[in-house]
Each structure stands twice: as C-alpha cells, then as structure tokens.
Ligand binder design. Structure first.
Ligand code: AMP
Length: 458
C-alpha cells in the first residue's frame, strides 16, 4: 500500500508535499520520495526510510519548483529495494515524466510481456513503471487523449499522480478502489490519498476524485475528463481502508473513518456480547471499534496494553533472538489492570493469526483470567490483488480454519468476528464496496499468476 500527495502552483510545493506525506506515513513506511518541476527539469529525491528521515535540509533545498508529487511506499508489487522507490521518473523525447502510484494493477503480466516484445527495457520491478512505458509508446499527439488511451489499458486498482513538466495529472481507476481526494490551499490545488493530509496543511477539502476521473491541473486551473465506460464499471471501494488502513481522522468514500470503525464496534457488540469486567483494544488498530463496543454495552473501557509509538508497522526482526522480544517491543500489557480480570479484547482483524496468538499469550502472562477476542470485520479468507498486503490463501488462517479452530490456535476463551451483513450495514452505499477478502468474490479480474514479485521472476 502507498500514500500519494500532489501540490500544484505553490511556491513551497515540496514543503507542502513533505508535510502532506507526513500525514500519510501510515500508508507506507518503507520508502518515500518527492519530485518537483523547477521550470526546466524534474528534480527527484527518494530513498528508503520514513518521511522525516528521507527529507533532510539538503533534500528540501534540492526540491525547487512550484509543483510537486510525493509518495510513501509499502511494497505490494516488487521488492523493497532502492530501484522500486517512487516517484518513478523517465525522460521521453526529452520530456521528463514522474509517476506516483497507489494500488495494484491486475493485468501486469500481459502488459509487461507485450511491452517487452515491443522492445521496452524495464528499470524496476514495479507495475507502476508499465504505465510510463505505455505513455511513452502512445502515438497520440493530444496529451489528454494519451492519458485516456493509456489508462484504458490498465486493469486493477490505481490512484495515480503524474508530473509532466509543470502539468500535474491525477487519476482514479473506474472502480474507485483506492481513495484520492482534492483540496485547495491559497487558491492552489492539492491531491492526496486521504483528507488527513489536507487537515494538517490547513487546506480546504473540496471533494473526492471520482472513479474513472482524470484531472489535469496547471497554474491554478483544473480540467476533468472521464474514462469511457466508467459509468458501467462496478464500484469496488476497498472496505479494508475503513477497517484498518486509512487514518481515523480521514474522510474517505463519503464517510469518516473513525465513525465507521466505531459503528463496526457497536454492531459487533450487538452481535457477540459476552460477560466480562471490561473492554480493551489492541492499540491502535482496535481503538475505535473497542470504543463503540464498550459504549453499546455500557461497559467500562480500559487501556490494558501500552503501545510504543516509536515502533512502526515494519519493525525489522533480523534474528530469532530479537524476534522473541518483538511483541513486547510494540505492546506492553499492564499487569495491574489485567490481573485476574475477564477481558473483552477488540481488534480490527486477524490475518495470519500469529500476532494475535502472541498478544493473547502476553495478556495471559500479565494475569488476565478470561480473554474474549472480538474482531470488527469478518474472517479474511481470500488474498487481495488490489493493493492490501495480505499473504496467500494458505497463510490466511481463516481460509481453512473454522472460528472455533482459530480461537483454539490463538488460545482465547471465545472468539467472534463481525458478520459480513453487519459490516455492510454500517457503511454508506454498501453495494459500492469490494469485500473480496471476506467473500472470495472479486469485482475486478484477478491476475493469472499471483506474486508480489511477478516482475522479478521469483
Ligand atoms: P495476525 O494475528 O498475525 O493475523 O495479526 C493481526 C494484526 O495485524 C491485527 O492487529 C491487524 O490490525 C494487523 N494487520 C492488519 N492488516 C494487516 C496486513 N495486511 N498484514 C499484516 N497484518 C495486518
């Protein structure tokens, strides 16, 4: 998964992009980059690391220009190596083009093969590079029509930003899988994965970019065009953005993430109440559902574990010795709160089950007498091909284990997931969501071969 930000027409474009990326850090902690156009050429700074580490004074001094696009990356295609860091830049007919992509294409293999047969040489193993090759190959003279021609060839999920000289282009796939919103700051346009970026910048939230919409932004002017056939494309907004991925202070898919999560928790409490001394969350992922759960049942909400905020989602565990400490590095249970208590532990999801099992063990070691796990989404049974980094089906514990078997594996006294119907009842426009990870029903064609490393021959 990734976060993207674009700023057009502002004298501090790179600094705004930097701050905007800072608010999107949760969408990708592996690497970050910003590209600007300085009037003659595109300047690019990108490397592995957190946003705050990548953009030091030297980097910011390099990023001259009043238009910028930025990206933070969590790899879902291609490995996490330097070449695969975005924005990705090419030069075509002496014209520099930069791209930042959130989402996963599903016809990568076909497009890749065709481009290679036609002589393209690839620098990276990211599906995003394919898009710039298609742009370069187009014979059309009109730039807007070129974008239409290229994007029409893509299948899958994409929220995209481009810099073509001073022109900034934003686009969202016709299914609207990943979010992308439009904001305004001092009369200039901003595009961002999530609205929390705009809040940080004191920018005005204008609207979401519509599924199948392409926006061209240049010197304070914006023009929209739409991909043909978008009216009939089935909307497939990723429901997991609401459950786990997006920041709770963001508004995406016409709703507020915090409020959705709280409603999911309330619904879960209605569906699966259980006597206990208190409700607690696995922080931060379970915080808001736990709040809804406790409020619904008028039960006390306690903080039973403390999260170390300096540990990211991608804590490196290079040796077994370090791995053995990894649960406590991130979360430390409070013995005085938990000792001899019957607790309802709310989390957003169970993927492999291994983390949950370790956490339950730590809660028991801290003295919890009964542990009742409540999960604010249905069992995850199928992988995601559209950008969420779920493992293959065989690694998804719920794909071949019953709820009782999962409960036994993670060693809880009881386990309940929110029902599919209950989840859908709590989102706006329920028919517009992709729920493939819970149902195995994929709204967009899926790739014939599935591998994050498809273009690396692994
Ligand atoms: P596990 O018990 O190993 O399945 O881990 C469950 C925890 O991982 C929950 O707290 C989730 O919030 C978190 N999680 C959510 N999405 C993912 C993901 N795509 N990959 C790995 N872990 C995730």
């Amino acid at each position: 998964m990734c976060g993207i930000i674009g700023v057009s027409g502002h004298k501090n474009a790179a600094q705004i992009a930097f701050l905007g990326l800072y608010a999107l850090q949760h969408r990708g902690e592996e690497a970050a980059g910003i590209a600007t156009y300085d009037g003659k050429d595109i300047r690019l700074v990108k490397r592995r690391g957190l946003v705050a580490d990548v953009f030091d004074d030297k980097a910011m001094a390099e990023l001259q220009g009043n238009v910028a696009i930025g990206h933070c990356r969590y790899s879902t295609t291609g490995s996490s190596n330097h070449k695969n860091v975005q924005p990705f830049m090419v030069r075509h007919k002496r014209r520099p083009i930069a791209i930042a992509h959130n989402g996963n294409l599903t016809n990568t293999e076909q497009l890749y093969q065709k481009l290679e047969e036609d002589g393209s040489i690839f620098q990276t193993t990211m599906d995003s590079e394919i898009i710039v090759h298609l742009l370069a190959k187009s014979k059309l003279k009109d730039l807007k029509q070129t974008f239409v021609e290229v994007l029409q060839q893509l299948e899958g999920a994409y929220s995209l930003l481009f810099l073509v000289d001073e022109l900034m282009v934003g686009a969202r796939d016709p299914h609207g899988v990943r979010p992308l919103c439009l904001g305004k700051l001092d009369g200039n346009y901003i595009l961002a994965s999530e609205s929390c970026s705009l809040d940080l910048l004191h920018a005005e939230y204008v609207r979401e970019i519509e599924p199948g919409e392409i926006v061209f932004i240049h010197k304070g002017q914006m023009e929209s065009i739409y991909l043909p056939g978008r009216e009939t494309a089935k909307k497939a907004q990723c429901i997991f953005e609401n459950i786990y991925f997006a920041r709770p202070d963001s508004n995406i898919f016409d709703d507020n993430v915090y409020q959705v999560r709280k409603r999911l928790g309330r619904r879960l409490a209605q569906e699966a109440p259980v006597p206990a001394d208190f409700v607690m969350a696995i922080p931060d992922s379970g915080n808001y559902a736990a709040l809804g759960f406790a409020q619904e049942l008028k039960m006390p909400l306690e903080v039973g574990v403390i999260r170390n905020h300096y540990v990211g989602r991608t804590f490196i565990q290079p040796t077994q010795f370090l791995r053995d400490f990894s649960v406590k590095v991130k979360l430390n249970p409070i013995r005085n709160v938990l000792k001899d208590k019957r607790v309802i532990v709310v989390d957003d999801s169970i993927v492999r089950g291994t983390t949950s099992r370790n956490r339950v063990e730590a809660l028991r070691a801290a003295g919890a007498k009964e542990i009742h796990m409540r999960i604010s989404c249905p069992p995850i049974v199928s992988p995601c091909f559209y950008g969420i980094d779920f493992p293959s089906k065989k690694e998804l514990i719920a794909s071949d284990h019953t709820v009782k078997e999962v409960a036994d594996y993670i060693k809880v006294d009881s386990l309940a997931y929110l029902s599919l119907e209950g989840m859908l009842a709590e989102v706006k426009n329920r028919e517009q969501f992709c729920t493939a990870c819970f149902t195995g029903k994929y709204p967009i064609n899926i790739p014939k071969t599935q591998s994050k490393y498809l273009l690396e021959g692994k």
